[in-house]
Design a protein around this ligand. Structure first.
Ligand SMILES: C[S@@+](CC[C@H](N)C(=O)[O-])C[C@H]1O[C@@H](n2cnc3c(N)ncnc32)[C@H](O)[C@@H]1O
Length: 242
């Protein structure tokens, strides 16, 4: 493994260098949000495997690779083996303290009984970015809920993206059904950040104390945060400041 510094600014630089020419959609705000939240998990000492459904060429997986600690596995699932993926993952492995495991499968079949019982409530990061069909997303969310650890973060891609209205509709409906198990905590850059209700309180404290904004600023981006009015638990919106 190549020696890595844990200094966050440098990690963003390393992510840029590692993913030069790697196709993907994650935008600069999301890169910073992931870096900060994954960093919190390291400070909390919340180890756990990570999972991504929908890998494409591996751009978002690269960021997970830079955060994985020794003994942690990154489970990647995609039903297509897109041509540059294997080569990209080989490069990422040189910068990853953990293990990267790619499974070519439909997520529906990937989540078999063995995987579910081995990882129940043990995954610290889950990125759902595979099927954007209502039924496929619903199935991924059902599995993700069972797998998410106490201090885990579940990220849903294309949430509130007007081009994928079913993603928002299914996510809201699912969140309502699971409101005692999950909380929507942050929404920004087309992604929803969902956590366990107790962890929600910790994230809110970090947002409301200004820590989140300061940490993102330290990574070179000023942000605007807005607290939504709410019926149950508050949710924040985030975007880059103009
Ligand atoms: C938007 S791309 C993922 C982008 C990647 N996360 C990134 O940001 O770099 C979506 C991927 O999901 C995969 N996919 C779609 N439906 C799937 C399913 N049901 N099971 C597994 N993979 C799926 C596609 O093959 C595609 O590679």
């Amino acid at each position: 493994m190549t020696t890595l510094t844990t200094e966050a600014g440098t990690r963003i630089d390393r992510f840029r260098a590692l993913t030069k020419g790697v196709e993907g959609w994650i935008n600069p705000l999301s890169v910073r949000i992931w870096d900060v939240m994954l960093g919190w998990q390291a400070q909390e000492g919340s180890p756990g495997d990570m999972l991504e459904v929908g890998v494409w060429h591996g751009r978002t997986a690269a960021l997970l690779a830079l955060h994985a600690n020794a003994g942690e596995r990154i489970h990647l699932v995609d039903f297509n083996r897109h041509e540059p993926l294997d080569d990209n993952l080989d490069r990422f492995r040189d910068h990853c303290a953990g293990t990267i495991e790619l499974t070519i499968a439909d997520s529906f079949t990937f989540f078999n009984d063995a995987f579910m019982s081995e990882h129940r409530r043990r995954l610290r990061w889950i990125h759902i970015d595979g099927s954007h069909e209502a039924s496929g997303l619903h199935s991924d969310l059902l599995h993700a809920e069972s797998l998410l650890a106490k201090n885990g973060v579940l990220v849903v891609d294309d949430f509130m993206n007007p081009m994928f209205p079913q993603v928002s509709e299914v996510t809201f409906e699912f969140m309502h059904q699971r409101r005692h198990e999950l909380s929507l905590t942050l929404n920004g850059a087309n992604k929803a950040y969902i956590v366990r209700p107790l962890h929600h309180k910790t994230i809110l404290r970090r947002i409301e104390s200004g820590a989140f904004e300061r940490e993102i600023a330290a990574l070179g981006m000023e942000i605007e945060l807005r607290k939504g009015t709410h019926l149950d638990r508050p949710v924040y919106g985030v975007r880059p400041s103009k």
